[in-house]
Design a protein around this ligand. Sequence first.
Ligand SMILES: Nc1nc2c(ncn2[C@@H]2O[C@H](COP(=O)(O)OP(=O)(O)OP(=O)(O)O)[C@@H](O)[C@H]2O)c(=O)[nH]1
Ligand SMILES: [Mg+2]
Ligand SMILES: [Zn+2]
Length: 232
Amino acid sequence: MLLIIFAARHPTLKLRMLDRFLVTAEASDVEPVICINKMDLAKLENVQRELKLYEELGYKVVYTSIVTGLGVDGLREVMQDKISAIVGSSGVGKSSLLNALQPGLQLRTGEVDTRVHKGRHTTTEVMLLPLAFGGFVADTPGIRTLGLLEVDDEQGMDIHFPEMRPYIPDCKFAACTHQHEPACAVKWAVETGNINPLRYESYLRISGFKEGRYERNTDKRRAERNPRRRKR
Ligand SMILES: Nc1nc2c(ncn2[C@@H]2O[C@H](COP(=O)(O)OP(=O)(O)OP(=O)(O)O)[C@@H](O)[C@H]2O)c(=O)[nH]1
Ligand SMILES: [Mg+2]
Ligand SMILES: [Zn+2]
């Protein structure tokens, strides 16, 4: 299981980054669970409104706080007898959550920089920890950007977006990239409100169709795999 942790605030909840984690989980055939921590810093209904789309897509979302204890028992149930990896940016509270789940762990945690609201990369190595209530969890260092190294991008990212899957066979072209092709069922679904435009935006970014850092990452990775395509 991939336990994807975000903080409701400090650091900011980044849904486009969540989409990248979800694609990684989908592509690796690992069950993703979304966990929004630091719920003591935000209003539950506001955060739930932001995450509604993901619950509608069928992803499990848990809301936690190590300050109030919200959701800690629920998270324990979710993780019981599973092998999970806990991932997310530095400072979202990954190690703190594990300490709350199992107090004996005594993992080191670090204050978030109060000026820029970023973590200080307290956890520096991956540790697989046995859980007294059954199962294992790997605590991991916070990551700055998420590449998609394990994802085979040759066959297209569309299949890793569950809401796109039903439309893909209806596109006019079998190799449709859902970007500029005519008679694209996916684009039509976006236009008619059946696919969330922000998720479609994430699809374009992750596929490298949009400007930005992700596209450069993708190009660089392709160049590394295929030296002939490397720019001089
Ligand atoms: N208010 C609030 N603070 C929290 C919560 N969970 C963690 N924190 C604080 O957030 C800071 C970062 O927590 P860590 O557990 O070190 O975060 P991490 O995700 O393990 O960070 P890295 O190891 O750097 O990747 C610490 O100061 C924690 O006390 C929470 O639910 N509410
Ligand atoms: Mg940590
Ligand atoms: Zn299409």
